[in-house]
Design a protein around this ligand. Sequence first.
Ligand SMILES: [Zn+2]
Length: 208
Amino acid sequence: MKALLLIDIQNGFCPGGNLPVAEGDRVVAVANRLIDSGLYDLIVASQDWHPPGHGSFASAHPGKQPFEMGELSGKPQMMWPDHCVQGTRDAEFHPGLHVDDVDYIQQKGQNPAVDSYSAFRDNDQAALTGLADYLRDKGVTELDLCGLATDYCVKFSALDAADMLPDVKLRFIADASRGIAPEGVAAAIAEMRARGIEVINSDTALIS
Ligand SMILES: [Zn+2]
């Protein structure tokens, strides 16, 4: 059972969004080729889904600016611009993404007191989203991951998948992903490789 996990391909992370990733919208066509390939038995998309005033927003911390480090529930936390607020256009999937062919949507980031980069669990690793159980119940043996942003939500999802689904073969699809900072992307790819996650491009994914 082969699955595709599309991470946070939302307006908020694309140019014009509140937390844009450079060329974030460029992943949409590649993701659609993967979705349309017929090679995946199961397609899952994660969606960053914050309540207004979420604790990861700089605006929730007097005196803090976006992209400064701050604190959330006693732990270091990057202060983000307000983004992907529930029910807003910013939180919607990119309009070009073939969402109708997605089998399951995993929302995350609803708890205002903790951030959730990973589609599998909150950053404090306490609360699980249920996605690992869902994939296990479906009998997934291979999981390809891609999306936005490589150095945050994609990386943490991939590393959690390696932890929580140790028997699943994992691949990161680089050309269907974009990151926030080049050095962060390089470090994320090295970390994923070190955990046994294969790094490929979509042309490889589309033939096997
Ligand atoms: Zn977020």
